[in-house]
Design a protein. Sequence first.
Length: 756
Amino acid sequence: MDYRYLAAFFLFLFQPPLLQAQEITLVSNSKTEYVIIIPRAYKPEERQAAFLLKEYLKKITRAEFPVFTDDHRKEDNEILIGNNNRVSGKYPDVYAPELRPGGFWIKTSGNKLIIMGGEGKGVIYGVTAFLEDHLGYRKYSPDVEKIPRKTTLKIKRIDDIQVPPTTIRIVNGPYFMDENYRDFRKLQNIEDLWGNTAEDRYYVHTFNRLVPPGEYFKDHPEYYSQINGQRVSWGQLCLSNPELVRISVKKLREVMQRHPDIKYWSVSQNDNYYSCECPRCKAIDLAEGSQAGLLLRFVNQVADSFPDKVITTLAYQYTRKPPLITRPARNVMITLCSIELNRSLPIETDSSSQPFIDDLKGWSRICNNIKIWDYEVQFTNYLCPFPLFHTLQPNLRFFNKYNVTAHFQQCNIDKGVEFAELKAYLLSKLLWNPEANADAVIDDFMNGYYEEAGPYIRQYFDLLHGELKKSGDRLDIYGSPVLYENSFLSDDNLKKYEELFEKAELAVAFKPEVLERVKLARLPVQFATMEIAKSDLFGKRGWYQYRNNKYVLKKELNEMLESFHTVCIRNNVPMMNENGLTPEVYYKNTLRSINVQTDGNLAFKKTVTTDPLPDKRYFHQGPSLLTNGVRGTEDYKINWLGWEGLDPKITIDLEQPDSIKTIIVSTLQDPKSWILHPFLITCYLSDDGINFRKAGVAAMGTDQKNQAGVHEFTFRLGRARARYIRFFVTATRLLPDWHPYHGNKSWVFIDEVTVR
């Protein structure tokens, strides 16, 4: 037991037995004689806690609890909130412990109920814990609560001290903009600590804000990374340049003056790998054994100018390894990121995570203020089944062994994200108490949030995790359902999941609100089914079946798409991946993918050759993908072939001469991924595959910057006739000036070729 609580423990131990066994009646027949007392000179948190308790006690019992300050006359029946004059020295069994920030103490003494809290929102967390842990109230999501209605409310003796193991606990996502929900989950958000003014908040990836390239690069290219012998504006900073410390300190001081109460400020690398390769930087990197050493030297110098602030920086990707020489300054927080890791196994027991384990241990030897930035979402597909719940508790326990004082859990908690509400609920419980019974928390949520459907969704949840474990698959935060089509998302498994959801929907068919929650939980199974079907459009699991010598769209999949779209729109599901794909765009893209109209497409399943071959990272089944009848959407990982910095040549053999009226070639633009439409495509025709004649040119136009998404290069040939079709693709090859990483090689992505 913590020495700070020994006095409280012994006072509790030697209390009169009658006092220990006493039961307090707070409400009888929906009426109460109790009043809530807060200090006369109350802190905002104490007043908020009192009125929160008043509000929820009324929800539970319908009784009104007056709130007074402690200069009010003394009553026999009082609920004492915060550090008021009713407590100190008044009760022999009450000893106010020294609570860490956020901690609380709930105590009964005689007829009194006392709730005290540590610095910050501790007293508010004490109230929410009293409501949840002792009265049975539940806050499952911002708009779903469970209220235990009672006309009489009795509580047994309570002596409940809770102190969280870390001072910062953030689970990110729009749900946590709701302060009430956040308080019940005992979490903070970025705005609580880094400030709520978006334009002035310095949270992460701040180099370009501290030293804006648009302001400095033209006159001072030496401030920025040297890459392949040239200074570039799109990389990192040249951190060995001493002038950057002065500029960064000046910039931060200006912003801090507008927000003097904000404690945390980030001085951290941009979100790319392009660190400086100049001789001075490389020499320091070599001496430190890690590029984190030079970063820390820079950050420490900035932090020295702000001793009353905490300067946060990243140990991320190329700076993840701790340095040999430099140590973080006292007021520097290291944010260690686990972005590269496998999510299917607990980190500590996964051999592939050993380098990260070594890095965490290394940082813990030189730093007492570590924040973990962990990842529990598939960025490419928010709705993809992602069975990692079994890793959450062991990972948090592992982190907390190594000087971790803060957590940022990257979950993107929002409507439609796979098991978003459960993930938020469970993570918040485990961040507060890593030793909580995770299975009991999950059961409580399943039965409370999904009600009668809960047991069926729990079966789905368990089966999904069991099938992942059986497969041994690696879970990737940039993955796709197609990666798991032969394991936990096999055809047989998806059918089992659908059967369980059918039972779940039937169980709550008479409860429209709960039924809608079940339908939202079902979206990932439907999404996986449809995405896998796209990858094998005409195969066994595809969208089409072969009947009467032609391909016919499967009715059940078409109905699934319509249901999926309707549920998403009805529930305002905002986006489906980190690039902002909306359900509406997904619906239109899917219709485009499945509307292949194979009849009359002369190129369908015809032989294709390319020179050169596509990049092996985006090769898929090779050039034949261009005539497989499946049209790619805005997800460049599926049904697209890619070439980096090249102008590909593509040739299609129609097997025999035929009349050609129209040719369509699809390309993709995704600037964030460095994928740009080509400038133009030139089409040639041939009868023998040797002698080609020019048939037409299709160009993008001048405003290529604003042409993101899929584009169709169309050739209208009238009454041309040929056996062979050849395309010369004139790609951008390099990222243009408007792109933040201009000068690097660009990609060209090409998909379906349709010939009619």
